[in-house]
Design a protein around this ligand. Structure first.
Ligand SMILES: [Zn+2]
Length: 724
């Protein structure tokens, strides 16, 4: 029963929970009410979720699944889960690891299958019908999981087993399952008084609706804006390939939407300053006005999270969230961010001055000029033009490069297989380990479309497990949002998109290579947020290594490897604009922390999301020309995803990936077999087997240091974190 992870996947909702304040274990509590749920056999006739899937690799039979199948299958799954939990609770035998801990872990298998499919499909193929279903299904699941997490009799059994943990003779994986399950129940509020449990359950349900609505508003407002250009003069600066990719024959216009890939390309290339300003404002004002305004949603979510934290005995939601993370406290996370923020902001100011110098007195440089002039300075200073590099980064060969990297490091092989995915653009691969054993199925969906949420992510249709000799291997997906090229043309990528592909591939390997028996902490499940990015980010370091480039960076037409002198220019330019990148990212991270460091009382006083945001950002000295990577109203990571009080995690994980990759550099071999072997065993195969700092030491042989991170961003190192 992997409750939290499947919801967190797209919703985030409520990995929130208790501190173990009160202890009401054995009382006959009134349980938080669960729904009256009924489903008739007639409603389930022909429902693919009621059948074994005899498809290749057990992938969902996508073509036969209709929107109408989800709700009855979810209801049926809930009823089965209830029966399983009842059986555990009413078991007359004394609680044991098998009859309680393992039974809870395994409960709800059918529900997981349908919820995962639903969660994944709504991430990529959302339509109005599915949108309506989300608003019904997620609150219903939240109520159901709360009823389990707050079930007093179940808690009493789990606690009873936990109290004997030292005398049970459990092996490491079983002991970890017990530890984590006990902790999750405590943190979900199992040990609270009945009245407080009910309040927590009510909050969870409200949060579930609000986070769903937040995501839907964002998608709605993103879709609602299209820049339409009919006058060719207004396309000045845009490359032929970009123009071709946004041309609509039907409308006789170039149509540019707000997906990040199109946005960045347009902002970089367009010579038309007014249009850049239009796009800039459209992007940063998403979900900020009218019917899709998320301002009140954000405030309400922050207030409810703060209230819930208070009920559980925490100072704030951030204090609750960070308790089980590597950072441990919000203060530690903020201190760390500020150590990188200061040199980053100083660098950004220098970059701004460089760009103003290039512009001269013609006009005052503004936020909507940043991408465009950064590219001009880059060209002038490093003679590097992204149109010169893109032909070497063809999706097909980049993807094969990632596969080859996994082969050299870990002995894996990827064989294309013909499987019908959820969308015609999906491609699938059978992944095998060095001995030729099947490890999992890897499915990729690389292109943007209106039904798909923005950004890039890894997900699973099935998580690995191995209980009682029944080995189940995973089905893992990678999703990007590349612009679809014109018919017959290759998909050429910016280098940042190449890094994103390797990043998601790293999460993918974490899911594919896992050797953990229990899905609740296999792969990316159950790891702290500020560690989970490490296995993804470390692979980004390989992308720019000459040996790696020689493998995958080949001209799409000529097949020539990217010239060394171009690589050299890329390397020199790599730290360029790091001030901007660091500042926009940390600004969003600080904003996230501050939304979630509010006490319940402080949160209750907020009435205007933009005003709160401005006050926070001004307090840190953010300059006007840089937007936080996400503003509150479209910060779906934290208000509709699993990253609340956790957006800092990418940079925290960078301590680990920069330090980890430094080990390969010190060994002077990016394929060093011994290091790769430890990386495989302790990171990619070990999921959440041990605490994150311990797993890191197992791999690295020592604690990480922050210096490689600062060096990697081109910031000199000083004790105070000031630039020296
Ligand atoms: Zn990631």
């Amino acid at each position: 029963m992997k409750l939290s992870s499947l919801l967190c996947l797209f919703l985030a909702t409520f990995t929130l929970a208790a501190c173990g304040g009160g202890d009401s274990g054995d009382e006959a509590d009134p349980q938080p009410a669960s729904d009256e749920i009924t489903v008739t056999d007639a409603e389930l006739v022909g429902n693919p979720f009621m059948q074994e899937w005899d498809t290749p690799y057990g992938v969902p039979p996508f073509a036969s699944i209709e929107n109408g199948h989800y709700m009855p299958a979810i209801k049926k799954g809930i009823l089965e889960l209830r029966a399983e939990i009842d059986a555990i609770v009413s078991n007359p035998d004394a609680p044991t690891f098998e009859n309680t801990i393992l039974a809870v872990e395994l409960a709800g298998e059918d529900l997981t299958r349908v919820s995962r499919t639903f969660g994944n499909i709504t991430g990529t193929e959302l339509d109005d019908e599915l949108r309506a279903l989300q608003t019904e299904i997620y609150p219903m699941l939240t109520r159901e999981y709360d009823a389990i997490n707050l079930n007093a009799e179940l808690w009493a059994r789990i606690r009873a087993v936990y109290e004997q943990k030292d005398s049970l003779g459990l092996d490491e994986q079983d002991a970890r399952l017990l530890e984590l399950q006990h902790r999750d129940f405590v943190r979900s509020g199992a040990a609270l008084s009945p009245e407080v449990k009910q309040q927590v359950a009510d909050i969870n349900e409200q949060l579930s609706s609000l986070t769903t609505s937040f995501g839907q508003n964002l998608l709605g407002s993103t879709k609602a804006f299209k820049l339409e250009i009919t006058d060719e003069a207004q396309t000045a600066g845009l490359s032929d390939s970009f123009k071709a990719s946004v041309w609509s024959e039907e409308k006789g216009a170039w149509i540019i939407g707000l997906n990040r890939s199109a946005y960045e390309t347009f902002m970089t290339q367009s010579e038309v300053r007014e249009l850049r300003e239009t796009m800039f404002n459209a992007y940063r004002l998403r979900a900020s006005e009218g019917e899709y305004d998320n301002g009140l949603n954000a405030i309400r979510i922050a207030q409810l999270r703060a209230k819930r934290a208070e009920l559980m005995g925490y100072q704030s939601h951030a204090h609750y969230q960070l308790e089980t993370r590597m950072a441990k406290t919000p203060q530690a996370a903020e201190d760390f961010l500020l150590r990188v923020w200061r040199p980053g902001l100083e660098r950004a100011k220098e970059e701004r001055a460089d760009m103003q110098a290039m512009i001269g007195d013609e006009f005052t440089f503004a936020g909507h000029d940043w991408w465009h002039y950064a590219e001009k300075v880059r060209k002038a200073r490093y003679d590097l033009d992204e149109n010169e590099t893109k032909p070497y980064f063809d999706l097909e060969s980049v993807r094969n490069g990632a596969f080859e990297m996994a082969h050299r490091l870990f002995g894996l092989t990827f064989e294309p297989v013909d499987i019908k995915g959820w969308n015609p653009v999906v491609t699938s691969y059978d992944v095998k380990d060095a001995d030729g054993n099947h490890l999992g199925l890897f499915m990729t969906d690389m292109y943007a479309r209106d039904s798909k949420r923005g950004g890039a992510w890894m997900s699973s249709y099935r998580i690995a497990s191995n209980v009682g000799g029944d080995s189940v291997r995973p089905i893992i997906t990678n999703n990007l949002n590349l612009s679809t090229p014109p018919e017959g043309e290759p998909t050429l990528m910016r280098f940042s998109e190449v890094e994103t592909l390797f990043h998601e591939f790293g999460h993918g390997l974490h899911g594919l290579m896992t050797q953990i028996n229990y899905s609740s902490f296999a792969g990316t499940s159950g790891s702290p947020r500020d560690y989970t990015e490490f296995p993804a980010q470390i692979l980004e370091h390989w992308t720019a290594e000459p040996e790696m480039l020689a493998i995958y960076a080949r001209h799409y037409a000529s097949g020539d490897v990217i010239p060394e002198e171009l690589v050299e220019r890329m390397r020199v330019a790599a730290n360029f604009n790091q001030g901007f990148a660091t500042t926009e990212y940390i600004a969003a991270s600080l904003l996230d922390l501050r939304w979630h460091m509010l006490s319940s009382e402080e949160a209750a006083a907020i009435t205007d999301a933009r005003a709160f945001e401005q006050q926070v950002l001004d307090g840190y000295g953010l300059i006007d020309e840089i937007e936080p990577r996400y503003r509150s109203q479209y910060f779906s990571h934290i208000f509709a995803g699993g990253y609340s009080a956790g957006y800092y995690a990418y940079l925290w994980s960078e301590i680990l990936d920069a330090d980890g990759f430094a080990a390969f550099k010190q060994a002077e071999n990016i394929w060093d077999p011994e290091l790769a072997g430890r990386l495989k065993k302790w990171i990619y195969e070990s999921g959440g087997l041990r605490e994150a700092d311990e797993l890191y030491r197992d791999f690295r042989g020592q604690d990480p240091s922050i210096e490689p991170l600062l060096e990697g961003r081109g910031f000199a190192i000083g004790d105070s974190g000031e630039e020296t």
